[in-house]
Design a protein around this ligand. Structure first.
Ligand SMILES: [Ca+2]
Length: 510
C-alpha cells in the first residue's frame, strides 16, 4: 500500500529511493568510550543502541590529528597534502561533498560544530546552527558570537572564557569542571535540543542530509553534574605510559606538553601537575561528558524513530579524532598515537542487513564522503580518496581491506597497518615506529632500532608510493577544480604516454 503524502511521510516523486542521511560527529572522543565496545566503565546506552542496530567499525582512523585538519579532510574528501590544510587553516574555499549532495537535490542542514574556517560560511548547507568550541573567543576578540553564545547572552548567561584566571584551583583540576549553569545552557544540550527541534519540526519534501556536530567531549570536561555522579563508584582504567617515555619520543611531544602547561587561556592544561588522583578525577569528568552527549544522542534516535525516519535513514556516528587523557603523560591531540587517531565509527544502514556486526578491517573517515554520496546516488568525484563503506552493509559481499590508513597534521605523516605504525616527521631525523602486535600501547619507539630497519624502509617506500599516487590522482582538482576527470595510469594494455588515457584505469589503493 503506498504511503500517504504528508509532513510525516515526505513524498519524493523524483527519487523515492534516496535515503535520508544523518551524520553525528562528536569532538575528541576516544575509541574506548563505548560500553558496547567492551568498556564496562562507560555509561552509553545510545551508543550501545547503535552498536546493536548498526555495523561497528572497530579499526577506523581519522585523517588529521586536530579538529580542522581532520574535518577539512573528511568533508573535502582530500588529504591535507592536497588541500594545504594541515592545521587550523582556512578550508572553506575548497569544494566539499556536502555541495555535491545539495546540488543533487538533498536538503542539507548542519547543527553544531563543523569548524569551517572561516566559520560563518554555508559550506554547501542550506541551513546551519553554528556552535564552535565552548571556550571560543570570537565575541570577546571583537568578532561575532556563535548561535550557542547568542542563546546564552539572550538569557543573561556568560560564556565561560576566563576560569583559568578566576578559579584558583584551575590548574590542578586538569579541565575537570562540572557544568555550572542550568542544563539547557550546556553546549551539547543546546546542540542536542536544536537537533531535536529540527527533526520534530522538519517539513521539507526532499531527502535530507543532517550533520549534528556535538562539541563534547572536547575540553573543558564539564559534564552535567548528574552524569558525573554516575561515575562515582566506577572502576576506570588508568593511563598507559611509562617512566621517561617522552625522552625517547620526538621532541615535539615534550614541547606540546610544555606549551599547554603555560597557555594563557582556558584550554591550558598542566600535565606536569598530574598525579594519580588528579588523573582519576579528570578521566571521570571526561567519561561523564561522553554520557552527557550520549543522552542527547539517545533522544535524537528516539525522535527519528517517532517521525518514521529510521527506516529510510543512513545514520553514521563518529568522532573527528581522539584524546590522550593522560596516556603517554599527555593530554589533548596533535599527535599520531592511537589514542588520538583511532576513533569510533558506527554505521546504521537503513535496511539493517547487518545488525550488531563488527568489522575489523582498516577504514578511514575519508571513506565517509564516498559512502554518503554512493548512498545518495551521487557520482563520487574522481579526486575523493576514500572508499565507500556501503559494501560492508551486505554480509554476502567480501571486501578487500586496505593495507594502510594515513593521517597528516602539521609536518607529521602517520601510516598504520594492522601490525605497525610509522610517524614520519617531514624535515627531521627523529620519528616514530611502533610494533603494534608487541606494543599496542605505543610505549616503545623503534625508529632507531636496527631490528626494525627492514620494516621502516618498507614503510617509507610505501609512503612515497602513496604520496606520489595521491598527488597525481588529484591533478584534475588542482588544475581546475574538476570533479570528474580521467587520469592517465599505466595498465597492462596501455602504457602510452600520449594519446587517450586508459579508460579503465582504476584508482590506486588510497
Ligand atoms: Ca576536534
Amino acid at each position: 500500500m503506498p504511503s500517504p503524502p504528508g509532513p510525516d511521510r515526505p513524498d519524493r516523486p523524483d527519487r523515492p529511493d534516496r535515503p535520508n542521511i544523518i551524520l553525528i560527529m562528536t569532538d575528541q572522543q576516544r575509541v574506548d568510550t563505548i560500553r558496547g565496545w567492551d568498556q564496562p566503565h562507560m555509561i552509553t546506552p545510545a551508543h550501545d543502541r547503535l552498536v546493536a542496530e548498526g555495523v561497528s567499525f572497530r579499526q577506523a582512523y581519522c585523517p588529521g590529528a586536530t579538529c580542522v585538519a581532520s574535518r577539512a579532510a573528511v568533508f573535502t574528501g582530500m588529504y591535507p597534502h592536497n588541500t594545504g590544510v594541515y592545521s587550523f587553516q582556512p578550508w572553506g574555499r575548497h569544494r566539499n561533498w556536502v555541495q555535491d549532495l545539495a546540488e543533487s537535490g538533498y536538503w542539507c542542514a548542519s547543527i553544531g560544530k563543523m569548524h569551517f574556517m572561516p566559520r560563518d560560511i554555508p559550506g554547501g548547507f542550506h541551513e546551519r546552527v553554528v556552535v564552535e568550541n565552548p571556550t571560543g573567543m570570537s565575541l570577546v576578540s571583537g568578532g561575532a558570537d556563535d548561535d550557542w553564545g547568542r542563546y546564552m547572552t539572550f538569557h543573561g548567561v556568560e560564556r565561560p572564557n576566563d576560569r583559568h584566571l578566576t578559579d584558583p584551583d584551575w590548574w590542578t583540576k586538569l579541565q575537570g569542571v562540572p557544568w555550572h549553569e542550568e542544563e539547557r545552557f550546556h553546549s551539547d544540550v543546546f546542540i542536542g535540543n536544536s537537533a531535536l527541534n529540527w527533526i520534530r519540526s522538519h517539513r521539507g519534501d526532499k531527502p535530507f542530509f543532517l550533520e549534528i556536530g556535538f562539541t563534547g567531549p572536547h575540553e573543558p570536561w564539564d559534564p552535567l553534574p548528574r552524569h558525573l555522579s554516575l561515575y562515582d563508584d566506577a572502576e576506570i582504567p588508568m593511563p598507559v605510559t611509562r617512566e621517561n617515555e617522552l625522552a625517547e619520543k620526538p621532541p615535539q611531544q615534550e614541547a606540546l606538553k610544555k606549551m599547554f602547561s603555560t597557555a594563557g587561556h582556558e584550554s591550558g592544561i598542566n600535565m606536569y601537575l598530574a598525579n594519580d588522583e588528579r588523573i582519576d578525577r579528570m578521566r571521570r569528568h571526561y567519561y561523564a561528558k561522553v554520557t552527557t552527549v550520549d543522552e542527547k544522542m539517545g533522544e535524537i534516535l528516539d525522535a527519528l524513530e517517532e517521525r518514521g525516519y529510521l527506516d529510510n535513514t543512513l545514520v553514521i556516528f563518529c568522532s573527528d579524532h581522539g584524546e590522550n587523557l593522560g596516556d603517554h603523560a599527555l593530554a589533548y591531540k596533535w599527535l599520531m598515537y592511537d589514542t588520538i587517531t583511532h576513533i569510533p565509527l558506527i554505521i546504521r544502514y537503513p535496511d539493517r542487513r547487518r545488525r550488531g556486526d563488527h568489522v575489523c578491517d582498516l577504514v578511514s573517515l575519508m571513506d565517509l564522503g564516498p559512502t554518503i554520496l554512493e548512498a545518495a546516488g551521487v557520482p563520487v568525484p574522481t579526486y575523493l580518496e576514500g572508499r565507500s563503506l556501503l559494501p560492508y552493509a551486505d554480509p554476502d559481499t567480501s571486501v578487500t581491506p586496505r593495507d594502510y590508513v594515513f593521517c597528516e597534521d602539521n609536518y607529521q605523516i602517520m601510516m598504520r597497518s594492522p601490525t605497525h605504525k610509522m610517524v614520519y616527521y617531514i624535515g627531521q631525523e627523529e620519528g616514530e615506529l611502533y610494533d603494534l602486535a608487541a606494543d599496542p600501547g605505543e610505549l616503545w619507539n623503534r625508529w632507531d632500532d636496527d631490528a626494525y630497519a627492514g620494516i621502516k624502509a618498507k614503510m617509507k617506500e610505501d609512503l612515497l608510493e602513496w604520496l606520489a599516487a595521491s598527488a597525481y590522482w588529484h591533478a584534475g582538482y588542482k588544475r581546475d577544480r574538476s570533479a570528474h576527470y580521467t587520469v592517465r595510469w599505466p595498465t597492462a594494455d596501455n602504457v602510452n604516454l600520449q594519446g587517450p588515457a586508459a579508460e579503465d584505469a582504476e584508482k590506486p589503493g588510497l
